[in-house]
Design a protein around this ligand. Sequence first.
Ligand SMILES: [Cu+2]
Length: 144
Amino acid sequence: MGETPMLRWILLALAVALPAFAAEPAIKVEDPWVRVTFGQNRATAGYMALVDQSGKGNTLVALEMADGARAEIHETVMDGDIVKMRMVKALPIPAGGKAELTPTGGHIMIMGLKSPLKVGETLPMKLKFADGSEMMTYFAVRTN
Ligand SMILES: [Cu+2]
């Protein structure tokens, strides 16, 4: 049985549609921003929400920046009356849900910046996930 024109059209449509579907990011980053640096301070905090679009969940395991700057995931914990920050190895994003780093919760601790961050600039950061995927994210520099 030979290929019908209709079958050929369907195969062509699939070939065009599938790569576009596969390229869809499985994680959406909402409102990535970092707080402007003050004076000689070369450390600051960044915030964002990670939304799972795969329905399978994922885990943020590392953050990379250029020029020797470092980024860690920190959570804030109460030690008696004192607020302390603690590094966490990974940030899980629940299946179909979101993980948020907000000024009242956790943050991305950014250290070792070579120059101050000014309002209006963007700070690029590579997000690495447990499934091996990576994503460049551009954090807007803001005061709040
Ligand atoms: Cu911190």
